[in-house]
Design a protein around this ligand. Structure first.
Ligand SMILES: Cc1cc2nc3c(=O)[nH]c(=O)nc-3n(C[C@H](O)[C@H](O)[C@H](O)COP(=O)(O)OP(=O)(O)OC[C@H]3O[C@@H](n4cnc5c(N)ncnc54)[C@H](O)[C@@H]3O)c2cc1C
Length: 501
């Protein structure tokens, strides 16, 4: 919004919008480089929940620059079009450079992290098998505590209950401040906050804006396992000052559970991994699989190997039937039996609403969720199909075929891995609806390798930077669990260094 003469209610060198890991890391870095920083956060301090503190606290820390560079470059390609990259090469290089030193940056500031060795989500790509990771003790909450401590130590101010609504520009198009609404009880007050050096736009993604998701994501609905306060404000503010958008149809997502009683979705724990991981010495790869399950579409048919594609199964879901006006894989159904039920909570309890924040207490034996009607059960597959409204003969045939493949140790339809070829033969049989969804959207204002937000011509909008998942560096393919926090730690530092200049 253009302002001809600005009179400010307060000013700072750098004003950051939103208080998650993206702006936290940028703010800390800017403060370390001599800037006086003010963060505006729309939520109250008490109960402040972000995608950051609901996260698993894992982040990618490539063993070296070269590995990171190769992997990110490979992720940005579309086969056959070598010059079309989802993200420009300069930004990829900067990401690789800063991601490789991300663990040291946290350790130097007292962060409590430990190595979490795991390959990237696409180990077949160059560099993919060698990407390292670290994890915060206390997961996302541990990470948020760490940020709070360092933010305080560096004397960064945080104004809670202050919602940014407009970016303010001068006649030359420079972003010089923010118009915000301060809330105190039932009182609301419009304020103008001046930024002497820069504004950092980091209010998270558009996970909870239905209209933006309908218009931009590849399939609707798409539900979020994260904070309901990420409502796409950064998209609207960015468009208002002429920002170019990128990665708008990209999202790290798969299937989730969604129930009308709650705003957040729940990540699925198909195998009962949280429970099984308690086996002595268990690692991600060695965790035993002791229960079978399949995923079927609205016609009761399988369409995927079910080898969980952590953050990109989403891209297999947009199959739209133009006669029935519906996505035939939305919802899909998680079909399992009593063996999985015995493996503990059906939802992930390591992050998200049923995670350490305990926005919802998922019962250890799923009894509460069966009572609520979230899980349907029946002693026969045909009976189960009728309860969830699927063609009974189709589902019955699908399960019989799957059980035959299990007996033969080979899945000719979708090449499911052998260790997951376990039959469904232990009633009661169970079903849950599966919806597209996941942790976060990736799209938003496009930025360059310095974190400057670009206008329609590809030139930086003076005074405006971006951080965090809004307009992240990731295109179609996400590097794997830990990618977005790496975005916050790597590109957040880049932004912090540049805004302080
Ligand atoms: C369940 C879950 C698990 C995840 N696990 C991982 C993981 O292990 N590793 C990984 O790399 N990534 C993970 N992610 C993704 C990652 O956590 C996020 O992408 C990342 O934390 C985003 O940080 P951010 O600072 O951009 O946004 P957030 O942390 O969401 O912070 C955005 C803040 O902006 C505020 N805000 C919004 N609008 C305004 C406004 N107009 N004015 C002022 N404030 C505003 C919000 O209230 C919020 O506090 C996970 C996400 C979820 C939901």
């Amino acid at each position: 919004m253009l302002v001809r003469s600005a009179s400010w209610d307060k000013t700072a060198d750098v004003v950051a919008i939103g208080y998650g890991a993206g702006s936290g890391v940028a703010a800390i870095t800017a403060a370390e480089n001599g800037a006086d920083v003010l963060i505006l956060e729309k939520q109250p301090r008490e109960g402040h929940r972000t995608n950051t503190n609901m996260s698993g606290g894992i982040y990618i820390t490539p063993y070296d620059y070269q590995v990171g560079l190769e992997y990110m470059t490979a992720l940005c390609r579309v086969a056959g079009f070598p010059n079309m990259l989802w993200t420009d090469r300069a930004t990829i290089r900067t990401w690789a450079e800063y991601a490789a030193t991300g663990a040291q940056w946290v350790k130097d500031r007292g962060g409590n992290i430990f190595p979490n060795p795991a390959p990237g989500e696409h180990p077949q790509l160059p560099g993919g098998a060698d990407v390292g990771k670290h994890r915060f003790r206390g997961m996302g909450m541990g990470l948020a505590r760490f940020l709070d401590e360092v933010v305080k130590a560096k004397k960064v101010s945080v104004a809670y209950e202050t919602t940014a609504v407009h970016l303010l520009t001068n006649l030359r198009g420079r972003v010089i401040g923010v118009e915000a609404v301060e809330t105190a009880g039932s009182r609301k007050k419009r304020v103008r906050i001046g930024a002497n050096k820069a504004v950092i736009l980091a209010p998270g993604g558009f996970e909870h804006d239905e209209e933006i998701k309908l218009q931009y994501l590849k399939v609707y609905p798409t539900w979020s396992t994260g904070t309901e306060f990420n409502t796409g404000d950064g998209i609207r503010m960015g468009i208002e000052v002429g920002a170019q958008m990128w990665h708008m149809n990209c999202v790290s997502a798969r299937f989730v559970f969604k129930f009308k009683e709650y705003p957040w979705a729940f990540a699925c724990d198909y195998l009962g991994r949280a429970q099984l991981a308690k086996a002595p010495g268990a690692t991600e790869e060695s965790i035993p699989v002791n229960s079978g399950h399949i995923i079927v579409d609205r016609d009761g048919k399988r369409f995927t190997s079910e080898n969980v594609k952590g953050h990109c199964l989403f891209y297999e879901l947009p199959v739209f039937d133009t006669h029935r006006l519906m996505y035939t894989r939305v919802p899909s159904y998680f079909i399992f039996d009593s063996r999985r039920m015995a493996n503990g909570p059906l939802a992930a309890v390591t992050s998200g609403p049923a995670g350490p924040l305990r926005l919802y207490n998922w019962s250890p034996d799923n009894s509460k969720e069966i009572e609520r009607g979230w899980v349907k059960t029946d002693n026969t597959i045909k009976g189960l199909a009728r309860k969830i409204g699927l063609p009974a003969d189709n589902l019955d045939r699908t399960v019989r075929n799957f059980n035959k493949y299990c007996a033969a140790g080979k899945d000719p339809d979708f090449s499911r891995s052998k260790r997951e070829l376990l039959p469904l033969d232990s009633p009661p049989y169970c079903a849950m609806e599966l919806w597209p969804g996941g942790p976060n959207t990736q799209g938003g204002p496009r930025r360059n390798s310095k974190g400057q937000i670009l206008n329609a011509d590809g030139n930086p909008i003076p005074g405006l930077y971006g951080a965090g998942e809004l307009g992240s560096v990731y295109g179609m393919l996400y590097p794997g669990g830990g990618g977005n926090l790496t975005e916050c730690f790597a590109m957040g530092r880049v932004v912090g260094e540049n805004v302080a200049k």
